[in-house]
Design a protein around this ligand. Sequence first.
Ligand SMILES: [Zn+2]
Ligand SMILES: [Zn+2]
Length: 310
Amino acid sequence: MSETSGPNASINDCEDCLAPAEAFSVVANETRLAILEALWQAPERPVSFSDLRREVDMRDSAQFNYHLQQLTDHFVVQTDAGYDFRQAGKNVVQAVLAGSFNQRPHVDPIDLDEECTACGATLRASYRDETLGVECLDCGKSHGRYPFPPGGLNDRTDDEVMEAFNQRVRHLHCLAADGVCHECNGKMDTTITHDAEDLLELQVRVDHRCQQCHHQLYSAVGLSLLDESEVVTFHRDHGVDLCTKPYWALGWCVSDEFTTVLSEDPWKIQVTIPLDDERLRVTLDGDLAVLDTERVAGTAAADATAEPST
Ligand SMILES: [Zn+2]
Ligand SMILES: [Zn+2]
């Protein structure tokens, strides 16, 4: 990356890089994509010129060589032992495998076993515009809609798609909270928003925004707690494996009903997780770092009367 890059850099700013339009034009060719795919499929790399040509099945050696040279040095590197990937070449293959460029899949809605955290009715997952979302069929409450590249739908049953989606959502938010954009690896900012009711019906909400590509991710505060050791232990003590539990089945992950703002400057937020006859109170700061946890006896109803959610 050249020094011109930064939060306000344009995608055309990098002086040492191939211009994006030029890079796309280089790979916008069936033979060149076939060469990259053959490299990807090869049991071992580097791959010799003749092996690569045989895999791509092109008789005309000169023509094959022409296309291979177009990919060298930006996407492919030539060594004494043959041809290997540069990272940009791998990225092209991965983007094609992820399916964003060429797949427009239709997926039938999936009825889920879990119930709406607000009204108890059936939840349904639907796929559109490369995002998967979980919504209540009755009250319409959104239980989150997040990016899910079409490649994730291949070779998976409905149950497996939902399992993969659950894991992906957890990891997207984990990465974002750690300051890394999953789209471009840029710096991700985390802010708490209070009194904004427009997104996900949350008055208290976590907003992650990438400084570089401006990708945004929203969630309830509780969603950031799924990997927190005290929270995991609390659930294990009550016979719940939080690693495999779908996040949309957990009210404190998809609504702010269990969230109390203790202070706004500095941010101090409490998420109260009810389970059987016990509650876990988790206090977080504005960066979603856990400040304190406390187990208290009693049901959620008792807590709600004593401390109405703000
Ligand atoms: Zn509902
Ligand atoms: Zn980004």
